[in-house]
Design a binder for this molecule. Sequence first.
Ligand SMILES: O=C(O)CCC(=O)C(=O)O
Length: 300
Amino acid sequence: MPVQLTKTQIEQYHEKGYVVVEGVLSPEKLKRLRQETEEIIARAGEVTANNEIYDLEDSHSTQNPRVRRIKEPHNHSKFFWDLFCDTDITDVLVPLLGDNIRIYGAKMNMKAAGYGAPVEWHQDWAFYPHTNDDVLATGLLLDDCDESNGPMMVLPGSHKGPVYDHHADGFFCGAFDPDAEGLDLSPAEMLTGPAGSMTIHHVRAVHGSALNTSNRQRRLLLTEYAAADAFPMVGLKGDYAAYESRMARGVSTRQPRVEPVPVRLPLPAAKNQGSIYENQKGGGRRWFETFEQRKGVAAE
Ligand SMILES: O=C(O)CCC(=O)C(=O)O
């Protein structure tokens, strides 16, 4: 049976800025998603540097392939596009975004056992502000996710607050400094659940995730969905035809709904391009422990 959001889950999303919905993917669809993912990963041994598909861990080599992210998987495999438009997923989003929904982009973050990289605190809104904030990201869990394998963490209620400054040395860097902003992150909540669950977080919610120090991988397929009348302020991701082709359901419009939302533009662009991991290298102090720091401590 397809899953629908309950009244309590809808209220939680509006109140806290996130919700975790179990059982969105059937066991068959989960199996197929894992297979498709493994096929893409199996080809990573042929590449030596980041490209339009792979974002690689710094320790990647052709002998020891280490993929940190699959970029825009729907551009490389029809399976992913069909999955993103599957009504098992989009029906869940209708109470939050309405009937007309467009996909902005997608990525799969692979947190490998033992070294999967952290993602510093940020708001997706700082990367892709729109004319209104009926925009969210879903995260399909390919693996069981608990507190030990680097779950995403969200600061509840932060989607109703300011948009923080994600710049360092005058350039966008895809992260902000919680201490400089005086932000208490201790109430942050972990988005955990069994494989096949789907996390949903609001585009303005403050979130991040720690190094995976467990012996289990954590793969999270993130898809960015927007109400069709939320128009991106910084680039369409391709030309207008490409933008129009990303309608996941319902009808498009050329009349953006413009709301009084707080915006900071991600300009000038990050010095390190390619992915959030690369962008965040341009930031200052790191909040989460890195693999290199952990290795250093272990070696002392
Ligand atoms: O993979 C994660 O835990 C968080 C990822 C994230 O927030 C992002 O890639 O924008």
